[in-house]
Design a protein around this ligand. Structure first.
Ligand code: ACO
Length: 322
C-alpha cells in the first residue's frame, strides 16, 4: 500500500508596518545599539501597532495559498502556533480562518508551545495528513509578542518582535522524498518558571508580561536546539552532512552560533533573519523560511533542518526537503 506523506507547496509571511530600531529603543529604556547588537545580533524588529496576530496570520496564509496556487476553499485543516491570540477564546486560528474564508466544518486550532509553536504545529498537521485526516493544511506561526512585552524592562524588551509565517502542506502518495521528512517534539516541565508571563487568565485575569531567567534560558537553548535537530535527523535517517541549511529558531545570534558550532555546521549553512526581526517566537521559523525560499536562497531539492526551543521549555526539530 502506498503511504501518505506531506509536501510543502506554498510559503508566505507578513510583518507589521512599523520597524523599531535599537536607537529607537534607547529612547524608551536605558540601552544602546552596541549592547543589543553584540549580545543578541538584533538591530531592529517589527512591532504591531494596528495589526493583530490574526491580521498577520491571515496575510501570511494568503501569500502561502497564492504561492501554492490553491484557494482557501480547498483547505481542510488550519493549525496556528501562537501564544498571543487576539482573544482568550475563540482561537486565533478560527479568527484567521474567518478572515481568509475557510469553509464551514474545517477544523482550526491554536497550538501553544511558545517559540516551538511552528514546529509543534507542523508536527500536528503532518501527522494528521499521514493519518488521512486532512489533505490540504495551512500551518501558521504568528505572534504579537510586543503586546506581552514589558517595555520598561531592558532585559527583555530588546529581544522580541512581531510577525507571521505560513506554509501550505498537501498530502502526496508520490514517494519522491520531498516535503516533511521527519518531525520530533519535546518538553520539560521542570522549567515552567524560567521563562513565562507574570500573569494569565486563571491567575491574574490579565495576559501578563514576559519574565525570564535569561542566562538559564541561554544555556538550555543551545543544548535543546541541537537535541531537537539531532532527533529529527535521526528519524529521517540523515546526518548533518546531508543538510543544505540549518534554520534554528531566531532567539539570539549567540544561541544560533552556539548551536551551529555544537552541531558542526559552518556559518554559511545557517539561515538567519534575526538582525531585522528579533525573536518572533512561533513566527520565527516560518517567517525566515518563507523569506529565504522566496528570495531564492533556499532552492528546490534543498534539505532544511528546522529546530526550535521556547518557554515550557519546549523544543523540537523537523527535516524538510523543498
Ligand atoms: N541594554 C544595556 N544593558 C543591559 C541590557 C540592555 N538591553 N539588558 C541587560 N543589561 C545589563 C544588565 O543589567 C547587566 O548589568 P550589570 O552587570 O550592571 O548588572 C549586564 O547588562 C549584563 O546582563 P546579563 O543579563 O548578564 O547579560 P547576558 O550576557 O546574559 O545577556 C541576554 C542577556 C541577551 C538576555 C541573554 O541572557 C540571552 O539572550 N538569553 C536568552 C534569552 C532568550 O533568548 N529568550 C527568548 C525566549 S526563549 C527562546 O526564544 C529560546
Amino acid at each position: 500500500m502506498m503511504s501518505i506523506s506531506s509536501k510543502i507547496t506554498g510559503y508566505g509571511h507578513c510583518v507589521p508596518s512599523k520597524s523599531l530600531t535599537n536607537d529607537d529603543l534607547s529612547k524608551i529604556v536605558d540601552t544602546n545599539d552596541e549592547w543589543i547588537s553584540t549580545r543578541t545580533g538584533i538591530r531592529s524588529r517589527y512591532i504591531a501597532e494596528n495589526e493583530t496576530t490574526s491580521d498577520l496570520a491571515a496575510k501570511a496564509a494568503q501569500m502561502a495559498l497564492k504561492n501554492a496556487n490553491i484557494s482557501a476553499q480547498d483547505i481542510d485543516l488550519l493549525v496556528l502556533g501562537t501564544i498571543t491570540p487576539d482573544y482568550t477564546t475563540p482561537s486565533a486560528a478560527l479568527v484567521t480562518a474567518k478572515k481568509i474564508g475557510i469553509k464551514e466544518g474545517v477544523p482550526a486550532f491554536d497550538v501553544s508551545a511558545a517559540c516551538s509553536g511552528f514546529v509543534y504545529s507542523l508536527t500536528m498537521a503532518d501527522n494528521m495528513i499521514r493519518l488521512g485526516q486532512a489533505k490540504n493544511a495551512l500551518v501558521i506561526g504568528a505572534e504579537t509578542l510586543s503586546k506581552i512585552t514589558d517595555w520598561s524592562d531592558r532585559g527583555t524588551c530588546v529581544l522580541f518582535g512581531d510577525g507571521a509565517g505560513a506554509v501550505v502542506l498537501q498530502a502526496t502518495e508520490n514517494e519522491d522524498e520531498t516535503g516533511v521528512l521527519s518531525t520530533k517534539i519535546f518538553a520539560a516541565c521542570d522549567y515552567v518558571d524560567n521563562l513565562r508571563t507574570n500573569g494569565g487568565v486563571s491567575t491574574t485575569k490579565q495576559a501578563g508580561y514576559i519574565t525570564m531567567d535569561g542566562k538559564e534560558v541561554f544555556k538550555y537553548a543551545v543544548n535543546a536546539l541541537a537535541a531537537g535537530a539531532d532527533a529529527a535527523l535521526s528519524i529521517a535517517k540523515l546526518s548533518a552532512d546531508d543538510v543544505d541549511w540549518l534554520l534554528p529558531h531566531q532567539a539570539n545570534i549567540r544561541i544560533i552560533d552556539g548551536t551551529a558550532q555544537k552541531m558542526g555546521f559552518d556559518k554559511s549553512k545557517v539561515l538567519t533573519n534575526i538582525a531585522n526581526h528579533g525573536n518572533t517566537s512561533a513566527a520565527s521559523i516560518p517567517l525566515a523560511l518563507s523569506q529565504k525560499v522566496n528570495d531564492g536562497t533556499v532552492k528546490k531539492g534543498d534539505i532544511v533542518l528546522l529546530t526550535s526551543m521556547g518557554a515550557g521549555f519546549t523544543w523540537g526539530g523537523a527535516v524538510i526537503k523543498i
